[in-house]
Structures are given as C-alpha cells and as structure tokens.
Ligand binder design. Structure first.
Ligand code: PRX
Length: 641
C-alpha cells in the first residue's frame, strides 16, 4: 500500500495501546500524520478546528487543504497500479461473465462521464442523484461527480418513487443517473420507470437531465429532451478530465438516512476529512495488503458502500468486488462460490445475511473451498454470539479473524472495531475504539460512567470522517446530535462496557428500527400508514426478529366505520411499500382500538414495545395513562393474534 507508514497497517496489541494513547494525548499530531496518506493538491497546514459546544459550534478538518477525491482514488495509482483491477464486477446471473476493470480503465470511464456531466451543465457544488443497481457505472458515477466537484446523492435502488422524489426535492438535484432496469436474484427492478414516477411528483423540477445506463436492454420510455442514453452522451467524450480543486471542507456527498423524527435527513460529508478517514480505517481494520481481493457485500446506496466499496478501497489502491446479486440466488452457496471464483481474501457482510445463511446449515458452505479467505468482517447491527461463532468456525474455518465494526452513516467510517492482530476477539463485541476515537458512556442525565457500565454511547471529540451538517438544516444537525448531552456527539445507540473496557452495542435507544442492518424511522412508516384514507392513527415499534435483528410492528387505529380486514391489511402494506420501499414493509399490523397515551396526549412507545416483544409482564407503570384499559385490550389482541 502506498502509505503503510501512516500508521502501520498491521497494528499489534502493543502498537494499539501506544498508538491509542498517543492519538488522544496529541490529536493534532496524530491526525496530521494520518492525513499524509492521501495526495493533496495543497497540503493542509491546519489539522482540526472543532468545538461541540452549541454556542460556538464548528467542525473543520484540514481546513486549508486542497485535493480531489477521484484523483486519490484513480490518478495516483496509474503509474504503479494502472493494470491492477480496481473493480471486479460479478453479475447477478453467474452464467454471465465477470468483468475486471483496471485502474486505467476506471480512470478513463470516470473522466468521460466527468466531461459529459460538465457538458450537460453540471458545475462544482451542483447536486446529482444516482439511482443505479450495483454495477460498475455506479462507482463511475460517484467518482465522476467527485472529479468535477458535484455533490452526489446516491439513492438505494430498493427505494420507491416517493422516496426518490423526497430526496431529489430536498437537495435540488440538477441531474439524475439511473439505468433501464436493475437485476437482483433474477428479478428485474424498473429503475427508470421509478425515476419517471418520482419526477412526476411535487418538488422535483430542479432536474434538467436524466442519464440512462443501458443495463438489461429493456425498453424504457425516454422523454426527450430530458432523458439521454448514458452511452450516447458519454462514450464520445475525451478520456482526460481536469479534476476540480476542492477545499478539504467542500462537500463530497449527501446520503439520506432515517432519524427518530420527520423525513430522512441528508447527511453531508466533506472531501478531505472523509477521504482520510475512509482510507485510514479501511487499511487498518482490514489489514489490507497489496494483493488482497476485497469484497464488501453492501450496496453503494448505503454508507458502507460509499466508504468501504468506493472511497476507502480505491483510495488505498485495492481491488474491490462489486456484486450485483443476492446471497441466495441461484442458491445459498452463492457468496462462497463467488469467494472461490475470485479468490476473495477479505469479506465484509451484515449479520442478517450470516443468520439467514446459517439457517441453511453447513453443507452449502463446506461444499466450497474458501481457502483464499484471510479476514471476515461484519457491520450494521449487533451480531449474536451464535452467528459470530458460525461465521468464524464454518465460514472462516476457524482461522480468519473477525472484525465486528461499529459505525454509522454520520460517522463516515468505522469508529469501534477489533483490529485483526491486536487482541482476543469476543463474539458479539465491537471491542475497542480505533486510535483517535474517544467513545464514552453516559447515563440518562448525561453523567459520564466509568469502568464497567451500561448507558448511552457518546463520542467526546471529533474525528475527520464526522458528518458536517444535515443538508439544508444545520439547526437539525445540532439539535439531533449535540443537544441531548451537551458537548458530546450522541450516537443514538445503547451500549455496555465490560471490565476489560470492551464495548458491546445493544441497539438503538431512539425511535429508529434497525431492520436487517437498514435504518427505518418509525415516523416515516407511521406517516405512510396514515396516508391511507381509512387510518386514524398509527404507532410503529421494533421487536426482536430472528433473521432481521428487528422487525416492524405497527399498531393501527382505523377511522370510525372502517372495519379491519385482510384486504385492508394488504392495502396498508402496499402504502408502505410504495411510500418508502419494500425494506420498510411491516412484519405485523395489529388493529388497535386505541393507543396508550399520557394525559397530555403523548403515545407511550415504551409500552407498545413491550407488547410487541410479548414481554407483557414488564409493562411497568400504566397508571399515568389517559385510558389504562387500552393496554389490556392491546395485550389481549396481541396474545390472540
Ligand atoms: O445501531 C447501530 C447499528 O447501525 C446504526 C447505524 O446505521 P447506519 O447509519 O445505517 O449505518 C450502518 C452501517 C455503518 C448504528 O447506530 N450498527 C452499525 N454497526 C453495528 C451496529 N450495531 C452493533 N454492532 C455493529 N457492528
């Protein structure tokens, strides 16, 4: 790797203790050194300028530095790694050929698209929405935006038109890049048709152009002059594109994520700190080496795809696999077959996938070799020790370390994770903070907890990959993350610290549900449900789910005169699927004659959570409710259903 000295890729237990102590004693020196791992057009002389105090709030990293992220991910590798595969594309259908895209080819493709975007009037600071399947062009699109200083907003291909429209409207995108269709597990997804439907919705008329990648070759409706075929516009462009000089604090991308209230918020990451952090963590957590074949199974529509398929690996000159498909198509050995086919050494996936595959037994795994594997990772939700052990013993043949990486869209990169050579792993624990990261636990009053303790997870000081704002709503950023516990970044997660100082994430403590590693805001699902004309009120909570980690339980109160029925239940499910997307589909809809409320009218979600969990003996004090009888009837119905 180009930058192995900043810090050593292989961090041993002794290195860790020393590096950690140094990093928190002198963060300027530490992060100044780490910043040398990327190529700057103008090297920063400032490292950090940070205050979490809301009266004097600021987060700036490497403030006078200048760089271009695409140059770091492409140009700087051309001399030494021009012919090395940057990406290996494995299509949904295994009978179709895989594609190897070298750094040189990726560079040319990014430059062509960068020129095309400029030709179409996209300028530095303009927003571009990307709604693509997991194909090489998704990476090309992100890097082409970075090259010309446009801010990308990738929208996960599973989101419905309403969600696309909301995201386009929020950031005022000028251009959308999509494909005719996506393919997942043999099923076609009508991406272009979804974009058409989104652009017919309110608030989306900022979009001037839609570029359409020909992927499946399906016929789509092209609306001229708005819609243009990607190849027709891009292929004729020059393969050299002058990169935009970006200040370290210029925006790189917006990525929407769900919170406890309201609509998803546009998490904004900037260029310098984010790139330094993504590349640093990718190298040290995965113990990256030059000949690794690295595969992260996430979609580029999520932060994991941004940081650990695109920016981290490519900044490090690694070979990253881009997988279009799903773990159970054409059969449940697909992951392991892909690992053997491409000799994958580093494999990074979500606990939900591990649990689903564990259910299928060992044979689909043990019938494959997996001899190339060197390290396994997980992300997105707590991993139960049983799934951890199966991953370790069966998938990794008990010889590959596991990194259980805790982080968030907001953090830009991994904050808490075992390092592969720095200690004894504990199944289910994300263990220790990376050097430079200062987690802490607080009680409900914000008092710091020492030693062995359980509380709310906060971070005491900034790190370069931290989000800088909620796009277009800076007060929401400060309110959400810095007001609950003044002077600290609040993660929204509960956490336990054991006697060894290792961290065990227990899950969200706010109104966010983590379904198969995807964040779903209860408020969003509720608003989709009350969009149905028959619904008076809805309250949504999470409950423990064997495969998904958490499932979605919706309590729905119908308007007077509307009768519950299976048909109505299907209509409500449809409201959520079309309002948000299939990932937010409620697992259960319970008809509720009323909802438990305080006398001031606030819904008591704590009680609903207990009912959904079936823990009705732990309902706690219900005497403050306006109508305690409501709870009895909900418990009785839940038991009956
Ligand atoms: O609750 C934590 C959980 O996922 C949340 C962040 O979700 P998102 O922003 O979508 O990013 C997911 C990928 C980074 C966190 O607040 N989470 C993430 N990783 C872990 C985790 N919970 C437990 N263990 C993890 N390793």
């Amino acid at each position: 790797m180009p930058t192995a000295a900043h810090p050593p890729a292989r961090i041993t237990r002794d290195d860790y203790e020393r590096l950690y102590a140094d990093s928190v004693r002198d963060p300027d020196a530490f992060w100044g050194r780490i910043a040398q791992r990327i190529d700057w057009m103008r090297a920063p002389t400032q490292v950090r300028d940070v205050s979490f105090d809301v009266a004097d709030f600021r987060i700036r990293w490497y403030g006078d530095g200048e760089l271009n992220a695409s140059v770091n991910c492409l140009d700087r590798h051309l001399d030494t790694r021009g012919d090395k595969p940057a990406l290996i594309f494995e299509p949904d259908d295994p009978s179709q050929p895989a594609q190897h895209v070298s750094y040189r080819e990726l560079h040319a493709r990014v430059c062509r698209l960068g020129n095309a975007l400029r030709h179409l009037g996209v300028r530095k600071g303009d927003r571009v929405t990307i709604y693509l399947p997991m194909i090489v062009d998704a990476v090309v699109a992100m890097l082409a935006c970075a090259r010309i200083g446009a801010v990308h907003s990738v929208v996960f291909g599973g989101f419905a038109p309403q969600s696309i429209a909301d995201r386009i409207a929020d950031c005022g995108s000028k251009l959308v890049i999509t494909a005719d269709e996506g393919l997942r597990g043999g099923k076609r997804i009508a991406l272009k048709a979804n974009v058409d439907a989104a652009l017919a919705m309110h608030g989306t008329n900022s979009v001037e152009t839609v570029l359409v990648v020909r992927h499946t070759g399906a016929g789509v409706d092209m609306q001229m002059p708005r819609d243009r075929w990607f190849d027709a516009v891009v292929d004729s462009q020059h393969a050299h594109c002058e990169p935009e000089r970006m200040n370290a604090e210029d925006p790189l991308f917006i990525l929407y994520t769900s919170g406890s209230t309201g609509k998803p918020k546009g998490v904004l990451h900037t260029t310098g700190g984010y790139l330094v952090y993504a590349s640093y963590t990718h190298e040290c957590v995965f113990d990256l080496r030059e000949d690794d074949v690295y595969w992260c199974t996430a979609d580029v529509g999520w932060i994991t795809g941004h940081s650990y398929i695109v920016y981290g690996p490519l900044a490090n000159g690694a070979t990253a696999l881009v997988f279009e498909g799903v773990p159970n198509y054409p059969d449940v050995s697909r992951f392991w077959n892909v690992i053997d086919k491409h000799r994958v050494t580093l494999f990074y996936t979500a606990p939900t996938a591990i649990r689903a595959l564990m259910r299928e037994g060992d044979a689909p795994v043990t019938s494959t070799s997996r001899a190339s594997l060197r390290l396994l990772g997980t992300v997105g939700e707590p991993i139960n020790p049983e799934a951890w052990r199966w991953y370790h013993d069966v998938v990794g043949d008990a010889r590959c370390p596991i990194v259980d990486t805790w982080w968030q869209t907001e953090t830009g990169g991994i904050l808490i994770s075992p390092l592969p050579h720095a200690g004894t792993p504990k199944p289910g624990s994300a263990t220790k903070p990376l050097p430079g990261v200062r987690p802490a636990l607080v009680d409900a009053n914000g008092e710091l907890l020492d030693g062995e303790a359980e509380g709310n997870l906060v971070i005491l000081d900034s790190w370069p990959g931290q989000m800088r704002t909620v796009y277009g709503d800076h007060p929401r950023f400060i309110d959400t993350y810095f007001k609950t516990y003044p002077g600290m970044y609040f993660t929204g997660d509960g956490c336990r610290r054991d006697a060894d100082g290792d961290y065990w994430i227990t899950g969200r403590v706010d109104d966010v549900i983590n379904v198969s590693g995807h964040r779903i805001g209860t408020a969003e699902v509720e608003s989709a449900l009350v969009g149905h004309a028959g619904v008076a009120e809805a309250a949504v909570v999470g409950f423990p789910h064997d495969l998904k980690g958490q499932g979605i339980h919706a309590f729905v109160t119908l308007k007077a005169g509307i009768e519950p029925s299976d048909a109505l239940r299907s209509e409500l499910v449809q409201c959520v699927r079309t309002g948000i997307g299939p990932i937010a589909t409620p697992d259960r809809i319970q008809w509720a004659p009323g909802l438990p409320k305080t006398r001031s009218g606030k819904i008591m979600r704590r009680i609903l959570r207990k009912i959904a969990e079936g823990a009705t003996e732990q309902l706690g004090d219900t005497s403050t409710l306006a109508d305690p009888g409501v709870v009895e009837s909900l418990v009785a119905d839940r038991t009956a259903s």
